[in-house]
Ligand binder design. Structure first.
Ligand SMILES: Nc1nc2c(ncn2[C@@H]2O[C@H](COP(=O)(O)OP(=O)(O)OP(=O)(O)O)[C@@H](O)[C@H]2O)c(=O)[nH]1
Ligand SMILES: [Mg+2]
Length: 404
């Protein structure tokens, strides 16, 4: 297995504190909550990211043959790499729904984490299943965590609660795998299930499109100007492929607004100087696991996730950029929030790929709405756009929209 880029981008979703980041660490060995605010508040705030290689021992059978170490835990023999994966760890806090939606826009499969210590479903367990459903993420593994804290009886009861909750939904037939994430117990069973996920068919011949999920300045403070590396954008390719040397356009680009009245953006035109994954540098990147594009742009433009929500394509090949959208709105049936029709001039939050866009509903005709965006966005015509509305001072997922 030569490939250095992960074949699958797998996201975590689930209610706050249910063990998503702990599970990510159990699989990848990487603790992704490194952001200072995350450490202080011991919760995930930004999308976390780590890669892993799933290996299999050829001499053993069953789940115990699956591991991420080079040696089989069962017989001590060599475990051969069979699949490279990326994990994108989302936050569960209700205030961070938009971040969970952004992450979900670029994943191929989901680890839907549900802790046995609380009744199922908790509010964000419900809302995250709505995201999975809206975005049509069909590869779902339900991971039942914290089974060590509850007794065997309660774990069984909780399993039945999960079964009832997912009945009739997109997750109805998803496997439910119990684990103790904090002690690495039953992770081999999960690795086996992950290694069996079918890799989605990719459109490699289309004009490439990447959604930016992170961006950074990789230079150490005090680096000499001549040695400075350009800004880096990280994300996932939705279709097509990029190679080193490609001339690219990043949109909407850099905010050049002079005052608060009107937001103005300047697209970035640059060249891909390097492509890397956490496993090393590559020449060409495909859809799947997260990649980082080294560019020729001023690193300060990319620092501290400044370019999250941008899209990357070849020059003049991006979906059209716009400040106005004509959408068809579909409401989700929810029994836990008041049923209210959209109002003219109502502010809404739209999840457009990895971009969290603020918009205002300008006009409504039945379920056709015209929305003005505060910031421009490049909108692919085939996407589903989850919509959050402010209901009783909280941003709640109330439906989704599709471009007309
Ligand atoms: N006993 C036990 N504790 C666990 C298990 N999984 C996670 N925890 C603990 O639960 C707490 C929360 O875990 P996190 O992994 O941070 O939860 P999270 O879902 O990432 O939380 P947010 O990102 O803030 O939504 C931590 O103290 C973990 O050590 C488990 O299987 N068993
Ligand atoms: Mg977390």
């Amino acid at each position: 297995m030569e490939l250095l880029q992960s074949e699958l981008n797998i996201g975590t979703l689930g209610h706050v504190d249910h063990g998503k980041t702990t599970l990510t660490k159990a699989i990848t060995g990487v603790f992704t909550d490194r952001h200072s605010e995350s450490i202080k508040r011991s919760m995930t705030i930004k999308l976390g990211y780590a890669d892993a290689v799933i290996r299999k021992c050829e001499n053993c059978d069953g789940p115990e043959a699956y591991t991420t170490s080079e040696k089989c835990a069962n017989c001590g023999g060599e475990a051969k790499p069979i699949r490279r994966i990326s994990i994108l760890d989302a936050p569960g806090h209700e205030m961070l729904m938009a971040t969970a939606i952004a992450g979900s826009s670029i994943i191929d499969a989901v680890l839907f984490v549900i802790a046995a210590t609380e009744p199922c479903p908790m509010p964000q367990t419900k809302e995250h299943l709505m995201i999975i459903n809206i975005l049509g993420i069909k590869n779902i593994i339900i991971v039942q965590t914290k089974i060590d804290i509850v007794g065997k009886e309660r774990a069984k009861e909780h399993y039945n609660e999960i079964k009832r909750f997912v009945k009739g939904t997109i997750a109805e037939n998803a496997p439910i795998i119990p684990v103790i994430a904090s002690k690495n117990i039953n992770i081999d069973v999960l690795l086996k299930a992950i290694s069996e996920i079918k890799i989605p068919e990719r459109d490699l011949n289309a004009d490439p499109l990447m959604y930016v999920a992170r961006s950074f300045d990789v230079n150490k403070p005090g680096t000499e100007i001549d040695a400075l590396l350009g800004g880096v954008v990280g994300g996932s390719i939705i279709r097509g492929k990029f190679k080193k040397g490609d001339k690219i356009e990043i949109r909407p680009g850099i905010n050049i607004s002079k005052d608060n009245k009107k937001e103005e953006y300047k697209p970035i035109i640059t060249t891909i100087r390097s492509i890397s994954t956490s496993m090393g540098e590559i020449e060409e990147a495909l859809p799947g696991g997260l990649i980082a594009l080294g560019t020729g742009i001023d690193p300060s433009f990319a620092k501290a996730d400044n370019l999250v929500g941008n899209v990357v394509g070849l020059v003049n090949k991006l979906p059209p950029q716009t400040n106005e959208l004509n959408l068809e709105y579909h409401m989700i049936e929810r029994d836990d929030i008041p049923k209210q029709a959209l109002r003219e001039d109502e502010p809404i939050i739209l999840g457009i790929g990895t971009a969290t866009a603020i918009g205002f509903v300008k006009s409504i005709k039945k379920n056709k709405i015209h929305v003005l965006l505060k910031h421009p966005a490049c909108v692919d015509k085939n996407i589903k756009i989850p919509i959050l509305r402010n209901i009783s001072q909280r941003w709640r997922l109330t439906g989704y929209a599709v471009p007309m």
